[in-house]
Design a protein around this ligand. Sequence first.
Ligand SMILES: NC(=O)c1ccc[n+]([C@@H]2O[C@H](COP(=O)([O-])OP(=O)(O)OC[C@H]3O[C@@H](n4cnc5c(N)ncnc54)[C@H](O)[C@@H]3O)[C@@H](O)[C@H]2O)c1
Length: 257
Amino acid sequence: MTSTFQNKIVLITGSGGGLGRETALRFASKGAIVFGADIDTDTNSHTANLTKSVGTQMVPSPVDLGDPVQVADWVETIIAKTGRIDVLVNNASAAKFNLMDDLTIDEWHFTIRNELDSLFYTTKFSWPHLKRSKTAPNGGVIVNIASIAGHHASRAAGIAAHAASKGAIVALTRQLALEGAAYGIRAVSISPGFVLTPGTKAALADPAVRNALEQAIPIGRAGVPKDIAEMILFAASDAASYWNGSDIVVDGGMTAG
Ligand SMILES: NC(=O)c1ccc[n+]([C@@H]2O[C@H](COP(=O)([O-])OP(=O)(O)OC[C@H]3O[C@@H](n4cnc5c(N)ncnc54)[C@H](O)[C@@H]3O)[C@@H](O)[C@H]2O)c1
């Protein structure tokens, strides 16, 4: 589908996780120079090793994305090597789930820090390096990973903090598109439904839960990382050059009805 990202500078957060790893592999296989940040050094190194077999090896960095100093350092190190950023994929996340009766202030702040603050920091520090002249082709692209939780409440799970952060990501993306237009920056978001990743493994451990969930998805199965990674590559490509500011839900039809 997507032609090439030859020598494009691509930053991916959460590159040790399910969607992040698949996305890193796909960009690497299309010729991109990929920089991946994750707080989990083992899984991130593993992603880097895997990319070696499909393209240029991803450069893994141990970064706590909730710490603005670490994020600034990560971006500046990349800029010192490359001088520009072509694509920023804001994918990392960690959330706490609890019903309102039990949701603690710490859980709220943990979720906002690791889903929303982190995305703001990477965007803020990358912003000057994504800028191009308005008429230049191939301006910088920001692909934010939101969630259907940003659009729909849940009867089954306590997603208040997660829903707040993901809804904010959808709203922030619209604003980035407007402000970025003057500099040729395009910003979009993607809202996955239920995808099988290390992040959802625990929730799906019970076959009955997984079965009930899959029955609620018109396509009849949970998503796999490839389903979302393909959309991320499309979003970042020139083929998507007229997609700007809006969110696309990729959930097998789960929220269609
Ligand atoms: N899997 C799903 O069903 C699903 C559904 C909707 C949205 N999403 C979104 O897709 C994205 C990827 O999800 P996933 O399922 O691949 O998750 P995952 O848990 O497999 O991977 C997330 C990665 O982010 C990293 N991370 C978390 N906090 C960090 C921090 N402060 N600093 C650095 N790294 C940090 C983790 O270490 C992990 O490697 C997330 O934004 C998630 O909210 C996933």
